[in-house]
Design a protein around this ligand. Structure first.
Ligand SMILES: Nc1nc2c(ncn2[C@@H]2O[C@H](COP(=O)(O)OP(=O)(O)OP(=O)(O)O)[C@@H](O)[C@H]2O)c(=O)[nH]1
Ligand SMILES: [Mg+2]
Length: 353
């Protein structure tokens, strides 16, 4: 069983890359499974993966540094036994150190496992902010990588990309291969990345354990509400989503003008699934809309994981903004669940992705 680990800070493009890699390997006839570990117990991306045709199975919740180990071991064991994939693709949370995840898995002594090179994605369009906001954390992620992927070249300038490349060469002493691409647009070296992944990972001395979440300076909160209206139309949903994210953005900027992270919100509306995503104080929100069959229980889920803003502020802003915006539109919400912890989801790919 081959294990591929796709690391990278919050919002760097891991899920986008994973879905394309999954599709490529699947088209080649490989049987694959995907493990996604999202910060916050409410899987905002789980639904997206689901829509892309990926079967989702949830396992227990836990923190990356303790229970996750047990969850991951159980997940891999049961996958190997019950599903027998050729390849497992793992997306750790954006606040994990990918090499630490690899080392934990190596200790599990699961039979016939081999590792691909560790990929760490870097958002080429916001690297300045990453280095400014979480320098030590980003440097560790860079040192950890066998392949450094500068992503989002479609929205970065040549000057930005050249600067990132020079800094990556400076921070990575292990001759990591540097590739530049757009995972979303399939531009640049993206095909090369996909092909390089089939190679073999490098062996290294085990690193000293670090608490990655504490070092990331990230506060996160996730929340889920039932929408008490069965006729919320896509146009109004779109308007609501834009209004909420714009308001959260301006409140976060007030507390930290240079934050990076990932604010993502999804809405299950009667005939559509809508996802909105924002990855830094200077970035524009991106909306994706998917057609859906009739959904019986409309829901809104949101997750905010951002640098250098206090946890209680993140909780208050996320919850109040969603509740107030819906109330202003005359739509009632019912709280389903809320979490500030970490989540593991196992997604088993079926043949249709
Ligand atoms: N312009 C552009 N946007 C991209 C690219 N790759 C990903 N994105 C966008 O960046 C946002 C974050 O992408 P994800 O794939 O969800 O990032 P992630 O690393 O999985 O995020 P977390 O799991 O929250 O850490 C989404 O809005 C993507 O559409 C790219 O190559 N170009
Ligand atoms: Mg993701």
């Amino acid at each position: 069983m081959k294990v591929i680990i796709i690391g990278g800070f919050l919002g760097s493009g891991k899920t986008t890359t994973l879905l394309k890699l999954g599709k490529y390997l699947n088209d080649k006839g490989e049987k694959i499974a995907i493990i996604v570990n999202e910060i916050g117990e409410i899987g905002v991306d789980g639904t997206t993966l689901d829509i892309e045709g990926v079967e989702t199975r949830e396992i227990t919740n836990g923190c990356i540094c303790c229970t996750l180990k047990i969850d991951m071991e159980q997940a891999l064991d049961s996958l190997a036994e019950e599903y027998g994939p050729d390849t497992v693709i793992i997306e750790p949370t954006g606040v994990a150190f990918p090499r630490q995840i690899k080392e934990e898995i190596e200790l599990m002594k699961i039979a016939d496992m081999e590792f691909s090179p560790i990929i760490n994605l870097i958002d080429g369009s916001r690297f300045d902010l990453e280095i400014e906001q979480v320098p030590k954390f980003i440097k560790t992620q860079i040192e950890d990588a066998d392949i450094l992927g500068i992503n989002k070249i479609d929205v970065a300038t040549d000057e930005q990309i050249n600067k990132v490349k020079a800094l990556l060469q400076h921070y990575n002493n292990n001759d990591a291969r540097i590739l530049e691409f757009s995972a979303k647009e399939n531009e640049g070296n993206f095909e090369e990345l996909i092909e390089t992944i089939s190679g073999e990972g490098k062996q290294r001395e085990h690193s000293a354990k670090q608490n990655s979440i504490a070092e990331s300076n990230v506060s996160s909160h996730a929340i889920e509400f039932a929408i008490e209206s069965n006729d919320l139309e896509i146009k109004k949903g779109h308007e609501l989503a834009n209004g909420i994210v714009d308001s959260i953005l301006s409140q976060f900027i007030h507390l930290n003008p240079d934050f990076i992270g990932h604010i993502k919100m999804s809405m299950d509306l009667p005939e559509t699934f809508l996802k909105i995503s924002l990855t830094s104080s200077t970035n524009k929100p991106e909306i994706e809309i998917f057609e859906r069959e009739n959904v019986a229980n409309p829901k809104v889920r949101a997750l905010a994981a951002v640098t250098n803003i206090r946890q209680d502020e993140v909780v208050k802003i996320l919850e109040n903004t969603i509740e107030e915006t819906f109330t202003e539109m005359g739509i009632a919400l019912q709280r389903i669940q809320q979490h500030t912890d970490t989540k593991n989801i196992i997604n088993l790919c079926d043949n249709s992705i």
